[in-house]
Write a protein of this length. Sequence first.
Length: 271
Amino acid sequence: MNQAARMTEASGVQRPLIEVRDLNKIYASNDGKGVVALKSVGFSIREGEFISIVGRSGCGKSTLIKILAGLLTHTSGEVTIEGRPVSGPGPDVGIVFQAPVLLPWRTIMENVLLPSQIRGTITPAVKEHALKLLALVGLEGFDKRYPYELSGGMQQRAAIVRALVHDPRLLLMDEPFGALDAMTREQMNVEVLRIWAASKKTVIFVTHSIVESVFLSDRVFVMTPRPGRLAEIIDVDLPRPRTLEMINSDRFGVFTNRIRKLLDAEGDISG
């Protein structure tokens, strides 16, 4: 343990799980000037928080998620998880993309266990854990089914289980419900909060939906158009557990209106 960590522990202050300082990402371009995707981004996230990131298309939300996941290198700045620099994919991070990306020739259980198979860590205990997770997300008894036998929402539940099966501390979700119909999406929002409460994971959730970001989150990170910066971090002090009825409340509207004003989004960000 380094001196800074010892001082943090001695003071009784919980160290953030994630710290990002002066993060910049520039993509190479044909004209040699480069495309600035992220500029001077900085924040910290405590363990167990549910954070949503919202912003216009192309503002760098997915780039940020991929950097946190270790799937993409940053140009400059610092990104640490538990004080360790992120230099590549790690076992403490699970990720769910917009599409479930389930292999059609593998059963749901085989898809869920794929990360463990790649790591060479499939054991009876891991299989038992996977079955418990499938039950947690309402897929008990579907372990031997194939993806084509499941609805879109059920496939996305399986993808969430796949991300959780190795028990990561951090779950990254990149617009995971964007391809679902409105009713299924609402149901999945309630479902993901239930999973979050049961699993006690830290969640970072990327979305285009202002309503979704407020409904799910402890805090909403609002990003500017490219180059992506943090325009504001909004604390959502709505009570938990959240219910869909809250969406129609005046207090809920205060948060959504504030985010809309920040984004100045006419037709680009969904309600």
